[in-house]
Design a protein around this ligand. Structure first.
Ligand SMILES: [Zn+2]
Length: 583
């Protein structure tokens, strides 16, 4: 028999053997047992975490004629047809290579035909975020009313690139990075099964390098096993992968900590000439620094100054990004680190105040006061957050990365909330039924932008929004889910542009969940009942410290007539969804 890679050979065939995704396994198993399989799934998560494997298992199990506790029998005619791999009812599409509207239209045309052999036709669309806007729109129509006999399983590493209109029509399951110990356990099973000898240290290193992706981990094992004919040692592994050993990495950190430029240049020269991969070296250093910092905070034990580590890990993070875009990795590596060393040298000659992160390493070793401790910890958290976001959006264009980072940080979240509450306030200040009707009557013009390469995604988001209230300056929009609201903040600029284009006028826009809106509306009615006027607030107060605002009273006198009636006049009795003409 021809050689099969470990990954294919050991790909789980049933739910029981799927590694590291216990909650997803449970959800799928239960829906199979209770016969409540959804017509559309969206599997999202980092690469190599089991999305496609799970899709294949689900496609088989849902078609099995003799299901036991959610698991396929593997013997019935449907199971056998699928296992043989030539079943026309399981259709796998790689959106990365088939991203045109035509491909999706073809699905649409064939979708009404009943399955030729199985119970369900299952469409597995991998890398679904790669579809063009047009293809997404075609898919959307298909997802809206799929026939009974069809199941869609979409998979993506980049959820934020999938239009929310598609996301909201699927059951979304988040695949997490797989824990290192689970990866090691899986690798051990393979090693034992294959009867090969591999140092435990090698398996740990693989798990560490694979960053939670089991597929990559198994691929690395495959490679290292074919490299060595007897016992696979850590040296073999490091040699093969261009990895610098942990002792050498600590040596390197000591050189940087003591800002010894001459030794730094020699060290770099040495590892470069030995063929080590500088990009991996930076990643590894970052992981090492992170582990040392965690050790410090957990066991109060560290051979390095923790402030130095925090500063350096931040530098490494920038360096990793710079290396990805660099045409000459070595030069980028050397110049960035040299500039860091220079800044260390400059700082160490200037007295530094205790409250600021101290770089005077020798004198300050082990010293931490509580304020500084907090600063360091806060910094570390920011860095970790930044790193994990960067990893999550690895394949995005740089400027988009910026956008995601921007709108997800807790600072910006607070700003967004504050901004929202000002706009809601201002909208209530000037809201009228007339303005609301005007906005609603023009909302269908969103369709004009559905295929726009720049504004299409924003238009798609807006087609799922409900306009709740409007003044001549502000609009309140609601979405069903908080996650969608968060994403709307992230797309604030294109959303504002689309709104300006369809309404021929600039508006401030507040994004709320339906639940938040109900609360705001209740508050509005209560305020009206108690005669509390809304006070116009300038959005520019966001950028400056809180100030006293002149009270501009909207209404000086209150009549006794029902204020609820007035609210109904403004917003309508039932909140009208205005996306019927949707795109
Ligand atoms: Zn079966």
């Amino acid at each position: 028999m021809s050689y099969q890679t470990f990954y294919r050979k050991y790909r789980p065939m049933d739910l029981e053997n799927v590694a590291g995704q216990a909650s997803i396994v449970k959800i799928i198993k239960n829906s199979l047992k209770l016969d409540r399989v959804s017509h559309a799934y969206l599997f999202c998560g980092p690469r190599g975490t089991g999305k496609t494997t799970m899709a294949k298992i689900l496609a088989k199990n849902v078609n099995c004629l003799d299901l036991h506790d959610g698991e396929a029998c593997g013997k019935c005619k449907n199971c056998l047809a699928i296992l043989n791999g030539n079943c026309p009812d399981i259709i796998e599409i790689d959106a990365a290579s088939n991203n045109s509207v035509d491909e999706i239209r073809e699905i649409k045309n064939k979708i009404s035909l009943v399955p030729s052999e199985l119970k369900y036709k299952v469409y597995i669309i991998d890398e679904v975020h790669m579809l063009s806007i047009g293809a997404f729109n075609a898919l959307l129509k298909t997802l809206e009313e799929p026939p009974e006999h069809v199941i869609f399983i979409l998979a993506t590493t980049d959820l934020h690139k999938v239009p929310v209109t598609v996301v909201s029509r699927c059951q979304c399951l988040d695949f997490h990075r797989i824990r290192e110990n689970e990866i090691v356990r899986r690798l051990e099973t393979i090693v034992n099964n294959e009867n090969i000898k591999v140092d435990a240290e090698v398996l740990n290193s693989i798990a560490n390098l694979s960053d939670g992706g089991l597929r990559d981990a198994i691929g690395m094992l495959d490679k290292v096993v074919s490299y060595s004919d007897s016992i696979v040692s850590i040296e073999d592994f490091e040699e093969l992968n261009g990895i610098v050993s942990i002792e050498r990495k600590k040596e390197f950190l000591k050189i940087i900590e003591s800002s010894n430029i001459k030794e730094f240049i020699e060290f770099t020269d040495d590892i470069y000439n030995k063929g080590k991969d500088l990009a991996i070296f930076c990643q590894d250093l970052m992981i090492l620094c992170r582990n040392l910092i965690v050790d410090y905070y957990t066991y109060q034990k560290c051979d390095f100054d923790v402030d130095f580590l925090l500063q350096f890990v931040d530098k490494l993070n920038d360096l990793c990004t710079a290396i990805r875009d660099s045409s000459n990795v070595r030069i980028t590596f050397e110049t960035k680190i040299l500039s860091f060393l220079r800044s260390l040298n400059q700082k160490s000659t200037v007295p530094v105040e205790k409250t600021v992160l101290n770089t005077n390493i020798k004198e300050d070793k082990g010293y931490l006061d509580s304020q500084k401790d907090m600063n360091s910890l806060e910094n570390f958290k920011n860095i970790v957050e930044k790193v994990s976001l960067e990893v999550a959006v690895e394949e995005k264009e740089p400027e988009k990365v910026e956008e995601v980072v921007n709108y997800n940080s807790s600072d910006n979240l607070a700003q967004n909330m504050e901004r929202n509450s000002i706009i809601v306030n201002n909208c209530f200040f000037g809201a009228s039924k007339n303005d609301l009707n005007t906005v609603k009557s023009m909302w269908n013009r969103l369709n004009d932008f559905a295929l726009d390469s720049q504004l299409g995604a924003a238009a798609c988001y807006l087609s799922d929004a409900v306009v709740r209230a409007a003044s001549d300056k502000a609009i309140i929009l609601t979405f069903d889910y908080e996650s969608v609201v968060t994403r709307a903040f992230g797309m604030h600029d294109p959303i504002s542009k689309v709104i300006e284009k369809i309404l021929n006028h600039k508006y401030d826009v507040a994004y709320l969940t339906s639940e938040q809106w109900e609360k705001e509306r209740a508050k509005y009615i209560e305020n009206k009942n108690q005669g509390i006027p809304y006070v116009y607030r300038d959005l520019s107060e966001l950028e400056s410290p809180p100030q006293n605002i002149d009270v501009i009273s909207q209404e000086k006198e209150r009549t006794e007539e029902s204020i609820t009636d007035e609210a109904i006049k403004l917003f309508g009795e039932n909140i009208v969804s205005i996306n019927e003409g949707g795109i």
